[in-house]
Design a protein around this ligand. Structure first.
Ligand code: ZN
Length: 474
């Protein structure tokens, strides 16, 4: 059980206490976490009560849970959407469904801190529109159970975003509000200083605690400090962090000043390895003085690799010289989904290829981002936490990983998501490890299946035909 010392751990004890104070009340009434909607129910299920102690039991997996310092082969039991127990030799007779995950890693569901998923408005060249992607098509197959939309909507269009995407997605979608009221949109809309209203943004965030988890500024090209200072104003009103994409590099607003004075402890600087705005010292190639003062002050650094925000020539020297990220994220949108970034596990693979341990990388996609957005019920496998779980395998081979300049770093490990559990139910199963062979009888009571899977056992309400075929070789 060894975890590399991470910048976040300096304050984790203090932060945890602070979180507990703020969260305990909300959790008493809403155990699934601060008013966040549960995944919408699938059709066609009759919910027979499960009197067994557990709904789903994952046995013999290598559990990596950074918050609880677990890094060993053990079992994870789930009941009523929550983690019920983590421990050795749990009995499969106590669970409606048991899956042997020997040889796989079992981690908290991944959190992608930076995505763009406000796809519905259909506006051209707009992150509140065509540039966004639908979350469920990209999350579960990567073990991601929580995706944070980083500023695609602002306070004016957040209700529309919530109604059309957040409330209809099986992924737990959280949001950072753009400081621009009209959101992340083209034709000068997102540059409009007059629509950057910290008070209105903060007030909207107060209406949706636990769903709006931050404030975002992005892509700003002007010399003014207003976008950042208004974002902080909103953050102070709603007591949430701000995330900064620092836009164009301007001599009038040096990165050092942003990180030394304008941002607060606990705010988030994304695109940390782009090199676009002075993240790297041009002489030593190490992290710049701005980055060092930011880290010293407790600002978090997020990867947000995106379409044009990750360069090997920046990331490798920074990591080699002691400047790892606090969190990994994709900045997923219609360009980054097929170019260098691809998906969350590909981002994780890149940091493995740079020499980070699997334990560290898992921490950077689970417990660290949960702390950054102050949602300490997520990103861990504590008893009582929402049962969001990823089951991952490691493929060994020769793999190339791309950056924004179409250059690559070779690595020998690729993570594959085998199974994803969201709020206690299987939502993705790549190789059918939860499933019975087609020509063998059911190994668990089908009536109890709604307790552990979202998959319909029968299509169109018909029963599975009796097994008649001769047994074939498995
Ligand atoms: Zn982005």
């Amino acid at each position: 059980m060894k975890f590399e010392k991470r910048p976040l751990s300096f304050c984790s004890v203090l932060c945890t206490c602070f979180f507990l104070l703020g969260v305990s009340q909300a959790q008493q009434s809403q155990p699934a976490g601060q008013g966040q909607p549960a995944a919408p129910p699938r059709r066609g299920f009759v919910d027979a009560p499960n009197t067994l102690p557990y709904d789903l039991l994952l046995t013999h997996g290598h559990v990596i849970d950074a918050k609880n310092h677990v890094d060993k082969v053990t079992d994870v039991a789930i009941k009523d959407g929550l983690i019920a127990r983590v421990g050795d030799n749990l009995n499969s007779k106590d669970a409606a469904k048991t899956i042997d995950v020997t040889g796989y890693y079992v981690t908290p569901g991944l959190i992608d801190l930076h995505m763009h998923v406000y796809a519905t408005p259909g506006e051209k060249n707009s992150y509140a529109g065509d540039n966004s992607i639908w979350p469920d098509g990209f999350t579960f197959r990567n073990g991601v159970t929580t995706g944070v939309d980083a500023g695609s909507s602002g306070w004016r269009n957040f209700p529309d975003f919530k109604e059309h995407v957040i409330d209809r997605s099986e992924t737990r979608v959280l949001a950072m509000l753009n400081i621009v009221g009209a959101g992340m949109r083209p034709n000068g809309i997102e540059q409009n200083l007059d629509d950057m209203d910290g008070a209105a943004t903060g007030q909207m965030a107060l209406k949706y605690p636990g769903v709006i988890v931050g404030v975002k500024s992005a892509h700003f090209t002007g010399p003014e400090w207003k976008p950042y200072d208004e974002a902080v104003k909103a953050g102070n009103i709603a007591d949430i962090p701000v995330m900064i994409d620092y836009g164009s590099r301007r001599i009038e607003r040096p990165l050092y000043d942003l990180l030394a004075t304008h941002l607060r402890k606990g705010d988030i600087y994304t695109h940390a390895f782009s090199g676009h705005r002075g993240e790297q010292d041009s002489t030593t190639l190490k992290a710049s003085a701005a980055m060092l003062i930011g880290r010293k002050r407790g600002i978090y650094f997020d990867a947000g690799t995106g379409g044009g925000s990750f360069a090997w020539s920046v990331a490798i020297p920074l990591l080699q010289n002691g400047f790892p990220p606090d969190s990994l994220s994709t900045d997923l949108h219609i360009d980054s989904m097929n170019s260098g970034t691809k998906d969350m596990l590909n981002v994780a693979d890149k940091f493995l290829a740079m020499g980070q341990s699997l334990q560290t990388v898992i921490q950077e996609v689970t417990w660290n981002p949960a702390q950054e957005i102050r949602q300490p019920q997520l990103g861990n496998l504590s008893v009582g936490s929402p049962a969001d779980v990823a089951v991952l395998s490691e493929e060994q081979g020769k793999f190339g990983f791309a950056d924004m300049y179409n250059t690559k770093l070779m690595g020998d490990t690729k993570l594959i998501c085998q199974l994803t559990v969201r709020s206690g139910k299987i939502v993705y199963d790549l190789n059918g490890i939860s499933m019975d062979m087609w020509n063998e009888p059911a190994s668990s009571d089908p009536k109890l299946s709604p307790h552990w899977t979202t998959f319909r056992l029968r299509s169109f309400g018909t029963a599975r035909p009796p097994v008649q075929a001769p047994a074939t070789k498995k």
